[in-house]
Design a protein around this ligand. Sequence first.
Ligand code: ATP
Ligand code: MG
Length: 137
Amino acid sequence: VERTLSIIKPDATKRNLTGKINAKFEDAGLRIVAQKRIQLTPAQAGKFYEVHAERPFYGELCDFMASEPVVVQVLEGEGAIAKNREVMGATNPADAAPGTIRAEFAESVGENSVHGSDAPETAAQEIAFFFSGLELV
Ligand code: ATP
Ligand code: MG
């Protein structure tokens, strides 16, 4: 079975939406196999989002991700990467399909409630960024 890295972002943890978002994952058949609440430093957020370093919103994105605690989690299921992105909805909530997490909860294209890995290679990298082998069963 496939695994993917998910982050419940500061705009969502701040509004106490972790349970509602987790219900969307579980209803879609994704299993939460690891989960913890942490607060990133701007430098750690910068490292995680390094691929976006040249984008104009990079600084804003790193500050946002470090602004409040986040919930990092590993989701497991058949086709977990694609399924998670489907449940998340489009990056910009204005474009997100009805019923998706971003359509229901996101505040803007930047403060969009969740992150999900976009490919098997990035999923493996991103899971290893936050979780040790001991934390994963
Ligand atoms: P994520 O990687 O967080 O799962 P995504 O794959 O849908 O989201 P990316 O293009 O990888 O989107 O962008 C990473 C994150 O950067 C977005 O989720 C969002 O928080 C932020 N972002 C993307 N585009 C913009 C923008 N135009 N303005 C501000 N922030 C943005
Ligand atoms: Mg992305």
